[in-house]
Design a protein around this ligand. Sequence first.
Ligand code: NAD
Length: 255
Amino acid sequence: MIKVGVFGASGRVGKLLIEDLKKTEEMSLSTVFVRNTLDFTIDPSLLVTSDMHSFLNACDIVIDFSLPEACEILLEEAIKTPKPLVIGTTGLNQHQLNLLKQASELMPVLYATNMSLGVALLNKLVYQASAALEDFDIEIVEMHHRHKKDAPSGTALTLGESAAAGRNLDLDKVRVSGRDGNIGERSNDEIAVMALRGGDIVGRHTVGFYNDGEFIELNHTATSRNTFSKGALRAAKWLTNKDAGLYSIADCLEL
Ligand code: NAD
């Protein structure tokens, strides 16, 4: 039985992970990390702790859906006490991404801004479309619930990277994150990544390829957060016995 530690347990995805783990074969929840106290009841035999060292020692693998600053603390500690890590937290800054890379030299780390099978495939399709439709303008729009803190979503940025890679472009150099005022005409290479927020939308991403006379829009809609928790559990099962290294959800799904 693989012992799983959940980091970010009281969050929207964290709570689902705890529920889904009850129904998952070969894996069981062994510990949850909490900042203060847990705001729901849990099997009393499980370790509920705010001590990172005890948390890491009580599990075989960690699944993280928290916030960038919390993920940073987890990575710093894991570098001292290596443990396979499935990281789902989005909005990581360059320093946090460097820590993630450093950790992956010591332990297997799977980092995915979206754990769903559909988005993993969408990234492949976007890469192909971007390369094949070289004269088409690329625009990405994402929509999420009103509570989401980072923008644009990690998924939208990853889709932007797939689109840029299809044309040998660097997303950081061509990304446009807003348009307002007398800004002039659109340039050929720019890739806009725009964010809308409202209601309880779990996640909707549209990557459009626009030309004179025709356009194609590739769209993915997540209708349930279970898509992410189930995907993360599948990733954890796959990652447990891997060598140290940085893995993607596409590696896990063999896409
Ligand atoms: P949420 O706000 O509901 O939960 C965040 C969790 O992090 C809470 O349990 C909170 O207590 C915990 N936390 C915050 N600061 C902490 C700290 N300093 N130490 C320890 N724990 C701390 O958020 P959510 O909707 O569950 O999403 C969590 C993250 O996962 C976000 O970054 C979100 O964008 C991302 N996400 C990723 C995917 C994916 O497929 N990769 C899918 C959905 C959400």
